[in-house]
Design a protein around this ligand. Sequence first.
Ligand SMILES: [Zn+2]
Ligand SMILES: [Zn+2]
Length: 412
Amino acid sequence: MDIIVYAIPIFLVMIVMEVVATIIRKKDYYRLNDAINSLSAGMMSITSGIISKIVEIAIYTGIFSLLAPIKFDSSELWVWIVAFVFYDFCYYWTHRMGHEINILWAAHAVHHQSEEYNLTTALRQSSSKFLLGWLFYIPMAVAGIPPLVFFTVGLINLLYQFWVHTRHIKKLGWYENFFVTPSNHRVHHAKNRKYLDKNYGGVFIIWDRIFGTFQEEDENYESIRYGTLKPLRSWNPFWANLHLYSDMWKDARATKSWKDKFTLWFKKTGYRPADVAAPMKMPDIHGYQNYDPTLSRSRQIYVGVQFFILIIATTGLMAVYHTTPTWFDALWITVLGINLVLNGTVMEKPDQAMKLECLRFGITGIALAGTAALLPVASIVWVGLIVITAASLACLRVFSDKHESGTAAIES
Ligand SMILES: [Zn+2]
Ligand SMILES: [Zn+2]
């Protein structure tokens, strides 16, 4: 069973606690659509990780076996301590390059697209970072850090970063000097000019202090605006992962410069060929209206319930994928991905809900029928949930809310 299966309920409980604190304190730190989109990106990342992890493990283990002159013993405590610090140092550079290089930003931007800042933002992870992210950890493999130690400290590093994605915790005194905290990570997610491209550390903030990228949160400065300078403006988690690659692909096709066609991917973030577009200017972040298409209360409840079922299904897949055939895992990674995309699209285009939901139930039903023999109990449970939600769909009159138009809000 994947360790993430144990972490998911803890994440959910902490998110619920933060939502309750937000309501009690009368803050506006949460929006259902934004939270669902962040969690959808996170769920896509962990399910596609079933496949991409195989690639990451193969690359790291291969380099470790072939190139490490000394292989350290994972039973030594000091190896774990050194590896933990070493990992965070490499993380600092992968994260910094993730902001500074076009093709790396295309992967990392997913984590920054939320225009809110809360614990769901922490789970908003890219599905494509495995493609090039491993490059920055080669030094650990060559230095002889065993794969078990490497992947475990990597997981601890990632888990640490969860709690810092909150606006409820202010500054933490001396702790701010050494560690990544909610305050200095808020700066990292801000798109205000003073805060851009700062605070890249994962656990330790000392790397930013050493390499000149540290910026303290300034209470006297303008209020923080979260998100990316080139906003996503969509609730489609698949598009969230693709849209910057797509932009670069279009630029590479449009430019007449053969040099640019090949090099624009590796240039500084935001670079576009001169014959395609002028360099991007700093947009007016304070005049910017967050992406928030209207959705009636009944559809919010409906989408929320559907999404909760998808969380259960995703957790189920993460619990069984070690025991099921690869084709089964690949099929359900795809089907769950389609479910997440269509659930997000209902939030964008509520007037298309009927069509989208029929499509979703159709695809899921066929997949359930085709794989029921492997997991009969899970299939029966899911069919039951689909029947229940289909009934609630009718009760909530989700298809007949003619008064709202999501598309109007999208265009505004
Ligand atoms: Zn970042
Ligand atoms: Zn973050």
